[in-house]
Structures are given as structure tokens and as C-alpha cells.
Design a protein around this ligand. Structure first.
Ligand code: C2O
Ligand code: CU
Length: 468
């Protein structure tokens, strides 16, 4: 392990750091501790979600040995380039795995049953280790019985830090998601087939950090880094913030080339948005983060200015440390057609990691059969180090946030809009859109590619690339 201590594993849904002191107050682990794996336990517990009654059978991630009443998953913190080690301990009553969404890592650490690792059965554990090459906001979730396991609570944030990142007065992380509960506060069926064949089935209780409309104190006049994750299985957000200046500094973990104001910004399932906020000067001023999709604004979270104004200026903030780009060789790049379509209804094969029993969607006309030891052939076989352009064509009337494991891509063209050339792992393909995603096949292994509306993923809109 490289030198000295590092900041890691902060369990918090609240504002980090003391005002004016940056992030200095965060706990540190010694070098010896840092090389020991953390225990990441998946378990089941009754949990208060709607503020009225406990919900039974909520699934929860927690750190081994950690006593906390907070039901939201721990925010895992690691430094760029340092090895992160986690022992997944399965205390559920069904198999699970962990996928580290957006992190470029060795294939065996990727968490996809049959494609990259065996199931982790109840009572068993699995050791993950990887050194994230990119800094930014990422996340983790199961890749087994995913609609249920994510729907019931297994969606946590992972923050990869860089020493050269600008210092904020405070940092706040918001993990946005719904729970699908009946009026008695208990889970209801995770989906309706009719909706799975359209936009996906929406939850009934909106939360940020497992709390409906939470309020967080932030330093008046201060600069705050807001890390937002859309970890919901279905909902696409359209975000705005009233009462503070908000600039987008990173999308899907990667710094934007120039900051832009937050303005009805779309964040689809799987995506992240990092904002720099300049909080109002007036103590007690309240700012509302709102979702305006489809129309009536809904409050996602509120921020309240506290203390006397720090009188900071967004222009004081230096740039984020850069991540690697995606530099394809256009002349030699191979084009790969990827048709996103509906498929004739039929039944998916049953599988231990949960088929949801229908098939509605397909990639290149092939509906994925589910997690089986003999999945379909890869969508394409890619040569290590070669450049590719994925020509994604959405011939459905629904938007699909399509996600690639293991490698980053860069959007280079669309038939519908200007696409900024951003590096990412998840791209929201609009209805009837044709988009070109460029990538260099720089990571060997089998890497799945799927829609992150989990009902779409689980009813056929999945495939994988083989890089050798
Ligand atoms: Cu976050 Cu395979 O996904
Ligand atoms: Cu989809």
C-alpha cells in the first residue's frame, strides 16, 4: 500500500466536514487498517421509510462492526489509484453479488454472475479488490435478482477522491431513489408487466438518502460539493435548484470541460451529477432541489443556510483533477450496430439470480435469456486496444439509459441533438435517437451492456462484449 493514511468509508448521509475547514474532519484509517478489507454486509431488516410504519424486509448494506441507525448504505471512499478491498458478506436469504458501477476494474471484480464470478450464496462471502483509475462519484449495487435487491435498498455510493480536487466548505451526497410500497408501508409487487413493456414501473415513495424530502444544513455563503446519484430502478430525474447558484462540475464521475449551470438537467438511472453550489448569504435561507419530470415539480431535498456568510465565490474553485479521456482512432475504428427494440413477448428462462418472467426487449433482435451458465453469444468480439464506434439506434418510443461495464465511452454524434463529447459509462438514448458512442477496447474480459431501467435489463435489453 502506498504511504500514509487515507480517508475512507465514511458512513454518512449528512454534510461532511466542518465549515471552513474543508473535509479535514473526516475519519481516517491507519495504513495497516487500510490494507485490510472492509466487511460489506448485505442483510434484511425492518426499516422506517415512510415515517409512519416500519417496512419489513428492507435490504441493507452496512459495514461490519458498524453500529448505526442509518438504513442507507455506507458511502465508500477511496483514493484514486489506491487498492480498495471489500469482503461482501451475504446475510440475505438469497444469492447476491456486487457490481461497482462506472469503475474500470479487472473483469473478475465486476460482480456479474456467470459472466465474471459465481453467485455468492447466503452465508458465503466474496473478496473484491481493485484500484480505481478515475476519480469521481460512482456507486455499487447487486447484479443478482436485481429488481428486487436494488428495489429493496441495495444501492450505495462510492466516492473516489483525488488529492488535487478543489476544497469545498462542505460536501453533501444525495442518493435519489424510490421505494415501491403500499399504503400499509409494505413492499408491493416490484413491477407491472404492462409498465415493464413501457417506461418501467415507478415506486411510490420518493426519497433522498432513504428519507422523503430531507433538509440539510449547509454553510451560508459557502461552497458546497453536491454529489447526486440516481439509483432508482426506473425514474429519470430532471433537476433544478432554486435559491443558490449551482454549476455542474462532473457528469457520471467525469469532470466536464467547462462548468455549466444546472438547468433542468436530466439524470437517468445509473447516472451521477456533481454540482458546485454557492449557498445564499442569508442565515435560514432555504434552497429546494426539485425534480420537474414529467411536469409538477417535486421536492427532492432542501438545503438550509446556517451561520454567518463565508462570502465565498464560485470563481475561487479550481478545476477537478482530470480523468483519462477516450481517444479513439477514427480511421481504424470498427462500427458496431446496436439496435434497441421491443421483442415478441415470450418467457425468459428461470434463473437463480431472478428472471422476472417476461421478455419485452432486445439488443440486435436478441432478448437476453437471463443469468444462465450458457448465455447468448457476445454482441461482438472486440480486439484489445482497438477503437470501436457503437452505433446505438433506439427504435422504441421509450428512453433507455444504456450502461457499459468495464470501459468508458464518449458520445460523438446524435441524429437528434448536440451531444457534448463527455466520457461516461451510462448514456440516456432518447426515443428514435441514433447515437454514436466511441470506445477503446482497453480492458480484457466479458463486459455486459444493458439498459439501467432494471425491468428493461431483466426482460431482454442486455448483452455483452468480449474483449480479448
Ligand atoms: Cu449499474 Cu450492470 O449496472
Ligand atoms: Cu430501457
Amino acid at each position: 500500500m502506498p504511504t500514509i493514511s487515507r480517508r475512507t468509508l465514511l458512513k454518512s448521509a449528512a454534510v461532511l466536514g466542518t465549515y471552513g475547514a474543508g473535509l479535514a474532519a473526516m475519519p481516517r484509517l491507519s495504513q495497516a487498517l487500510a490494507s485490510t478489507p472492509i466487511g460489506l454486509e448485505a442483510s434484511i431488516a425492518d426499516t422506517m421509510l415512510d415515517g409512519k410504519q416500519p417496512t419489513r424486509n428492507v435490504m441493507r448494506y452496512a459495514l461490519s462492526g458498524e453500529a448505526t441507525a442509518d438504513p442507507s448504505p455506507p458511502i465508500l471512499r477511496v483514493k484514486r489509484g489506491e487498492t480498495f478491498r471489500a469482503k461482501l458478506i451475504n446475510r440475505l436469504d438469497e444469492p447476491t453479488t456486487v457490481h461497482w458501477h462506472g469503475i474500470r476494474l479487472p473483469n473478475a471484480q465486476d460482480g456479474v454472475p456467470f459472466v465474471s464470478q459465481p453467485y455468492v450464496y447466503p452465508g458465503d462471502s466474496y473478496d473484491y479488490a481493485f484500484a480505481p483509475p478515475d476519480a469521481g462519484t460512482f456507486w455499487y449495487h447487486p447484479h443478482c435478482n436485481t429488481l428486487t435487491q436494488m428495489g429493496r435498498g441495495l444501492t450505495g455510493m462510492m466516492v473516489v477522491e483525488d488529492d488535487a480536487d478543489p476544497v469545498f466548505d462542505a460536501e453533501l451526497a444525495l442518493n435519489l431513489r424510490d421505494f415501491r410500497l403500499g399504503s400499509d408501508g409494505q413492499f408491493i409487487a416490484p413491477f407491472k408487466p404492462r409498465d415493464a413493456a413501457k417506461t418501467g414501473t415507478f415506486g411510490t415513495l420518493r426519497t433522498a438518502n432513504w428519507t422523503p424530502e430531507p433538509v440539510y444544513d449547509v454553510p451560508a455563503g459557502g461552497l458546497v460539493r453536491l454529489r447526486i446519484l440516481a439509483s432508482d430502478v426506473t425514474r429519470i430525474y430532471n433537476l433544478r435548484l432554486s435559491g443558490a447558484d449551482a454549476e455542474i462540475i462532473a457528469i457520471d464521475g467525469h469532470p466536464v470541460p467547462s462548468r455549466m449551470p444546472l438547468d433542468m438537467t436530466v439524470v437517468a438511472p445509473g447516472q451521477r451529477l456533481d454540482l458546485a453550489l454557492r449557498i445564499a448569504d442569508q442565515e435560514g435561507a432555504v434552497m429546494a432541489l426539485e425534480d420537474v419530470r414529467p411536469s409538477t415539480p417535486k421536492t427532492v431535498a432542501r438545503l438550509r443556510a446556517v451561520g454567518s456568510s463565508l462570502k465565498r465565490d464560485l470563481r475561487d474553485l479550481g478545476p477537478l483533477a482530470e480523468n483519462a479521456g477516450v481517444d479513439i482512432d477514427v480511421k481504424t475504428a470498427t462500427q458496431i450496430p446496436l439496435l434497441l427494440s421491443a421483442t415478441a413477448e415470450n418467457t425468459a428462462r428461470d434463473s437463480i439470480c431472478g428472471s422476472i418472467g417476461f421478455s419485452f426487449w432486445a439488443i440486435n433482435k436478441v432478448p437476453y435469456p437471463g443469468d444462465t451458465p450458457d448465455p447468448t453469444a457476445p454482441i461482438a468480439e472486440l480486439k484489445l486496444g482497438q477503437s470501436y464506434i457503437l452505433n446505438v439506434e433506439n427504435v422504441t418510443p421509450h428512453a433507455h439509459p444504456i450502461h457499459l461495464h468495464g470501459m468508458n465511452f464518449k458520445a460523438i454524434a446524435s441524429n437528434k441533438r448536440e451531444v457534448p463529447p463527455l466520457v461516461s459509462d451510462t448514456f440516456l438514448v432518447l426515443p428514435d435517437e441514433k447515437v454514436q458512442l466511441a470506445l477503446v477496447a482497453d480492458n480484457p474480459g466479458d463486459w455486459v451492456f444493458h439498459c439501467h431501467i432494471i425491468e428493461h435489463q431483466k426482460t431482454g435489453m442486455t448483452g455483452y462484449f468480449r474483449v480479448t
